[in-house]
Design a protein around this ligand. Structure first.
Ligand code: FMN
Length: 399
């Protein structure tokens, strides 16, 4: 049966959630599931804003038919062509062949790449700040290239103040009846997933997110309707501030995150000693991750959150322990910047991980690598405790 939500007098949410998918984009674990949002505006003209992933398309079409009732579909606004949102477009065209596809030139080209139906006869091309009057509502189109594909745009309804924000302001996590962020304990139950979503998926494109935030600041936004996760109608500034921090690579918290790669546990022992002494020095809320155990998307998200990062790795065949190397390359690929970093290496006959970790970290922008470092030969020894204390002092002292 259909499952829709009435947002304002004539605006409806017609999305759905998937709790079965293990890996979003076939790479990110989503133990809390994910929602795919689409919206319908029942004005003098009827407007569908984006579609959904194929996994929930049956429900989506039932929802769409229910909201439209006897009416035809006049417009489909395509804000984003990624298949988790565009998968149902051909089904929409098949069911409502007179529909006009409202999109920009880049989207039109992608439509032809993904689909074989007659695109040209249905296209209504829009560019930056073009408007579409649908009766009571006027939609304004704002280009948001690389947030997170080149064709991405967002759509603003000046009557309700609703920003249909495409992937921006989205989050992992299935919806459980409540559609609005103010109906949930977002900070406790959703913020980590929202950070992991943004930093992993769009983290590389911080300047482009900043450009969108600048454009958005000129609009009287009263509601944010993203393509994933809850709708925002209260406390928008709080969430926008999170986006400002993440997209400018500004640490959210003055906090230490320790990521370690250890084959037999000796490097792990060393970071446990470090963490314990950091706590003695007054450092609170220390986060620690084993790079072999925790998926790198979680650690990357934590690296965006924390001001201070410690990387500790065994040497592995003359290099960095592979999962640690993968993590560091991921952090670099996502443009992480502006962090204070400490490095610990371990090696039984020729320690080399430290130098190689520092090579990667120093190729990232504005990373301060502490000169206090530690080389362990197989296992941490008591005579190295002064060195450890110096490292603790350097980390705690720079917070
Ligand atoms: C397959 C393998 C390759 C290794 N390669 C090196 C190496 O190239 N240089 C070195 O100094 N130690 C090497 N080690 C030793 C590790 O660095 C060793 O596990 C570490 O010193 C002890 O720390 P851990 O208990 O945290 O793994 C290697 C160990 C393994 C299992």
């Amino acid at each position: 049966m259909y499952c829709v939500k009435n947002i304002t007098e004539d605006l409806y949410w017609i999305g759905g959630s998937d709790r079965r998918l293990a890996l979003f984009e076939n790479i990110y674990p989503i133990p809390n599931g994910v929602s795919y949002n689409a919206y319908v505006l029942m004005d003098e003209k009827t407007v569908l804003l984006d579609t959904v992933d194929s996994s929930i398309s049956e429900l989506f079409f039932e929802n769409l038919a229910h909201v439209l009732g006897e009416r035809n579909l006049d417009y489909l606004v395509i804000d984003h062509m990624e298949p988790d949102h565009c998968a149902a477009i051909s089904g929409v065209v098949f069911r409502y062949p007179d529909v006009k596809l409202v999109c920009n030139t880049k989207t039109a080209a992608m439509l032809k790449q993904f689909y074989s139906f007659d695109v040209d006869s249905r296209i209504l091309l829009v560019k930056e700040m073009d408007t579409l009057n649908t009766g009571k509502h006027t939609l304004t189109f704002v280009m948001a290239p690389m947030v997170h594909w080149p064709e991405t745009m967002v759509t603003f309804d000046s009557v309700t103040g609703a920003l249909f924000s495409a992937d921006a302001f989205g989050t992992f996590g299935a919806l459980s009846g409540n559609l609005y962020a103010d109906e949930m304990n977002f900070e406790k139950d959703w913020l980590d997933d929202a950070r992991r979503y943004l930093t992993n998926i769009v983290g590389k494109y911080g300047p482009q997110v900043q450009a969108l935030l600048k454009k958005a600041s000129a609009l009287d936004i009263r509601m944010i309707c993203p393509l994933h996760g809850p709708v925002w109608r209260e406390n928008l500034g709080w969430f926008i501030d999170k986006y400002k921090a993440w997209s400018s690579y500004t640490p959210e918290d003055s906090a230490v995150m320790i990521a370690y790669g250890s084959i037999y546990g000796n490097t792990e022992n060393a970071v446990n000693v470090l963490a314990s002494r950091l706590a003695d020095a007054g450092v609170k809320n220390i986060a620690m991750y084993d790079v072999s155990v925790t998926d790198s998307s979680y650690i990357l998200s934590e690296a965006f959150r924390c001001s201070h990062l410690v990387f500790a790795s065994s040497t592995y065949n003359g290099g960095i322990f592979t999962p640690m190397e993968t993590l560091l390359l991921e952090l670099k690929a996502h443009n992480l910047q502006n962090r204070t970093v400490a490095v610990i290496e371990n090696g039984t006959w020729a320690p080399a991980a430290g130098r190689q970790m520092k090579e990667i970290i120093s190729s990232m922008k504005n990373m301060t690598i502490l000169s206090e470092e530690l080389t362990i030969r197989s296992a941490l020894k008591e005579e190295q405790l002064p060195q450890m204390e110096a490292l603790v002092k350097a980390i705690a002292g720079s917070m």
